[in-house]
Structure formats: structure tokens, C-alpha cells
Design a protein around this ligand. Structure first.
Ligand code: EPU
Length: 335
């Protein structure tokens, strides 16, 4: 019989470090256990938690929290150029990046130091320094909560987009990802150093994947707060997409407004610039702050409540809307 823990604090399980309690708690170590728990407890409302690095808890939870903690990395096939590996959802993302670097497998070195678990990575198609998860993703295995069957979901069917996938949109709440399959490169690697700050770091040199990862780690450590020291969930908002005409209008008033081209007719604007421009960077609002080195990151100064963080987020959204006529969407899941 699988036994739940009761009245557990979720503070150790969310990188924001918010103190809330869950009525029931269970740590899942394999997909059979997951299936059994769900089939036997159809009447209990449950939530799935991975690394807890992209959630903001705003209240206690009266249901069952399932912590996905199944581990393992298995090589499925390899050729002269590539290797395919299946990684269990509960593996820590950065530890998987380190595993790849140790084995000299390329493809995710730009994604070093992103907090969170492997199983959560496809949900928001994690991305940094010019690389997104989608570039190495082959398929994932996920438990369908209605049929209780494990399905294979291919890259095409995941509907990946900027910080988005079907798991966040049309199929939200329908699947629990149990493992992810990646196609990685063997040496010689195709390193991606197109992102401004990496281009400047390496100039005309062609670095090894381990050097790219070291540069990314250094940049992240200089800008982004370590959640173990200062609770946070990385970028709190997504970078907004605006039409070219909207951008031109804004550019007339803010000539230095940066933009990046996006895959469609729109331009991506750094939300950090907008928030910074409005003077929020480095400010303190009760127990919550806007990080001094990156305006897109909200931080828990110690004992912040989820609702306080949400209030500050709403204040920022309102100010950005009023000044730039842009609606900022949260990247973090508000629960
Ligand atoms: N900027 C400011 N003020 C700031 C910070 C940045 O004006 O305080 C402006 C600068 O013009 C800078 C530009 O914003 O050139 C972009 O800044 P940065 O390179 O730090 O990237 P970002 O757009 O703020 C995104 C991701 C990060 C990812 C970095 C690097 C989103 C929502 N965020 O941030 O992802 O690490 O690019 O690729 O797309 C995350 O998702 O949690 C995350 C940290």
C-alpha cells in the first residue's frame, strides 16, 4: 500500500522558497508507482511538481502533491555522429548537462545551470543563450491522466514555441511527463555562439562545448540570483512579442529600445528593458524585490508570501501596459 505523507511544507520544493503546505505528499520514484497512485485515488485532487523552479505558490494546497523523482539515464542508440539517450523525468536538468559535458556529448551546453528537472524542461521549452530544448528533443513519454496509458509524444506533436508547448496550452493538465529522449552530438560539435554575449566572449575562436558551458555558467552567475541564497524562479515574465508597427511607434519615444527578430512577423522585446526603464530594478516591496542585476527576476527577500510576489507582478504588468501598451505574460506558473 502506498502511503502519503501529511501536512508537508513545500518550502524545500520550490526555488522561490515560499512557505505553503500540502495536505498530502508523495515522492514518485518510478512510472508504475505514478500510475498506481493515480488510478487508486481518482477522488483526490492532485498536482505534479518537478524541480519547483517555475512555480509560485500563493496558498496552501488541500490535495495531493506528487513529486516526480524517478532517476536514470540510458543510452538507446548511437551512430558515428549522434547518440540518443532517454532521461527519467526526475533527473536534475543541470546534472544532466554535466553528464553530457563529461561524456563530450554536445547540444545542451548553452542550457547549463538552468534550475529544474528534465521532465519539466519540455513543458516550457526551456531556452537560453540562443538554444532551445526543441533543438535536441526527440520525444517524451507521458502518462495520459484520463486513460492511464503511457504515450510517446514526438517533437512535432509537442507544439513547441517560445517558452511554450502543448503541455502548457491545449493539453494542459492532461499528461505527466515520465521521461525525455534527446538526440545529442558526438565530437566534432556544432557549437552555437551566435548569442551576443557569447559571440563577444569567444570572438573568432571556436570553443569546446565545455568552454561554452563554463562561459554560460559565468554569465548566469553574474546576472541571476542563486535560488539557494535568494529565492526566485528565473524570468518571471516572458519577453513580449509586438507587431512591427507597434515597435516603430515605441521606438519613436524610446530610440534605444532593443528588439530581436522572431520567427513570424513580430519582434521580441526584452521585458527586462521595459521593467528596468520604469525604475523597478533593484527596488524592494515588503518581502519581495526586483533583482538588482536582472529586472526580469523577482526575488524572495526572506519570508515573502506568494500573494505579495503576485501583487508586485501585477503592479509591474500595469505599469508596463500603461507606459508601453504591452501586456506582459507571466512565465512562472501561479498556483
Ligand atoms: N536588459 C535590461 N535590463 C536588465 C536586464 C536586461 O534592459 O536588467 C535588456 C538588455 O538590453 C539586454 C536584454 O534586456 O540586452 C536581454 O537581456 P538578457 O540577455 O539577460 O536576456 P532576457 O531576455 O532578459 C532571456 C531569458 C532567460 C535567459 C536569457 C539568456 C526569457 C523570458 N528569459 O532573458 O531565461 O537566460 O534570455 O538567453 O526569455 C528564464 O527563462 O527563467 C531565464 C532566465
Amino acid at each position: 500500500m502506498l502511503k502519503f505523507e501529511e501536512n508537508i511544507s513545500l518550502k524545500p520544493y520550490n526555488t522561490f522558497g515560499i512557505e505553503v503546505k500540502t495536505k498530502y505528499f508523495y515522492k514518485i520514484t518510478n512510472s508504475h508507482e505514478l500510475k498506481e497512485i493515480i488510478s487508486r485515488n481518482q477522488n483526490i485532487h492532485f498536482r505534479v511538481l518537478g524541480g519547483g523552479s517555475n512555480v509560485l505558490f500563493t496558498d496552501n494546497f488541500k490535495g495531493l502533491t506528487l513529486l516526480i523523482a524517478n532517476k536514470g539515464i540510458e543510452v538507446l542508440e548511437e551512430s558515428k555522429e549522434n547518440i540518443t539517450v532517454e532521461v527519467q523525468a526526475g533527473e536534475n536538468w543541470h546534472e544532466f548537462v554535466l553528464w553530457c559535458l563529461n561524456h563530450n556529448y554536445g547540444g545542451i551546453e548553452n542550457l547549463a545551470l538552468i534550475p529544474g528537472s528534465v521532465g519539466a524542461a519540455p513543458i516550457q521549452n526551456i531556452g537560453a543563450y540562443g538554444v532551445e530544448l526543441t533543438s535536441v528533443f526527440k520525444y517524451c513519454k507521458a502518462l495520459n491522466k484520463d486513460t492511464l496509458e503511457e504515450e510517446i509524444i514526438t517533437k512535432k506533436d509537442c507544439g513547441f514555441d517560445y517558452r511554450s508547448s502543448i503541455f502548457k496550452t491545449i493539453k494542459k493538465g492532461k499528461y505527466i511527463i515520465t521521461s525525455v529522449c534527446f538526440k545529442l552530438q558526438k565530437f566534432p560539435h556544432n557549437v552555437n555562439i551566435k548569442y551576443g554575449v557569447l559571440k563577444q566572449t569567444f570572438l573568432n575562436r571556436s570553443p569546446k562545448i565545455q568552454q561554452v558551458a563554463a562561459a554560460v555558467i559565468k554569465i548566469r552567475q553574474s546576472k541571476l540570483p542563486n535560488p539557494k541564497i535568494l529565492g526566485n524562479s528565473g524570468s518571471f515574465f516572458k519577453n513580449p512579442l509586438v507587431s512591427k508597427s507597434h515597435y516603430e511607434l515605441l521606438k519613436a519615444s524610446y530610440p534605444e529600445l532593443p528588439s530581436f527578430s522572431s520567427s513570424n512577423e513580430q519582434l521580441k522585446i526584452p521585458a527586462a528593458y521595459l521593467i528596468d526603464h520604469l525604475g523597478f530594478k533593484g527596488t524592494i516591496h515588503g518581502g519581495v524585490g526586483v533583482h538588482k542585476n536582472q529586472a526580469l527576476v523577482l526575488v524572495n527577500l526572506g519570508t515573502a508570501k506568494g500573494k505579495e510576489v503576485l501583487d508586485l507582478a501585477k503592479k509591474i504588468q500595469l505599469a508596463v501596459k500603461e507606459t508601453f501598451n504591452i501586456s506582459l505574460e507571466t512565465e512562472v506558473n501561479i498556483l
